[in-house]
Design a protein around this ligand. Structure first.
Ligand SMILES: [Zn+2]
Length: 151
């Protein structure tokens, strides 16, 4: 079983970066050190189906926050699981300055976007999709805010 919800301060530290590893991240392999580089597929699905936060693992209310790159916002398809607004803000406050691909992103993100919504669809990839990962598609965005290293 996955550990019970953990507040931000109690999240495990990434072995390489020393930063808190959100609930939705990890290699998914038992015995490997915590890593914020990749998304843990099983936990991403758990977040989607059980409606729990991708950062702390506790139940979600509304609004729901999604964090991602400008490309993800433009496509309305996020990879990082839904989060509490406060959890997403805290996560971005430490990750916005990291110049490495983290939180499931294929490349370093210059400008992170925190989007809020009242609901979302969990979309599994089709056979023809190059990206084999599921995405989260917000119904409509209530608000978007950007986080960049200089902000
Ligand atoms: Zn949370």
């Amino acid at each position: 079983m996955d550990p019970s919800p953990k507040p931000f301060e109690k999240l495990p530290a990434d072995a390489e970066l020393g930063l808190p590893v959100p609930f939705g991240c990890g290699t998914g392999e038992p015995g490997t050190p915590p890593s914020a580089r990749e998304l843990d597929k099983r936990r991403v699905t758990q977040c989607a189906l059980s409606r729990v936060c991708g950062v702390c693992g506790a139940g979600l209310g509304r609004p729901i926050a999604f964090l991602g790159s400008r490309t993800e916002v433009d496509r309305n398809a996020f990879h990082f699981p839904p989060s509490h607004v406060e959890c997403a803000e805290r996560l971005l406050s430490v990750y916005a300055v990291v110049d490495l691909p983290v939180l499931g992103q294929p490349t370093p993100v210059d400008e992170w976007v925190l989007a809020t919504t009242a609901g979302f669809e969990f979309v599994r990839p089709g056979k023809e999709d190059d990206d084999r990962r599921p995405t989260f598609q917000p119904n409509s965005l209530l608000d978007t805010r950007t986080f960049s290293p200089t902000a």
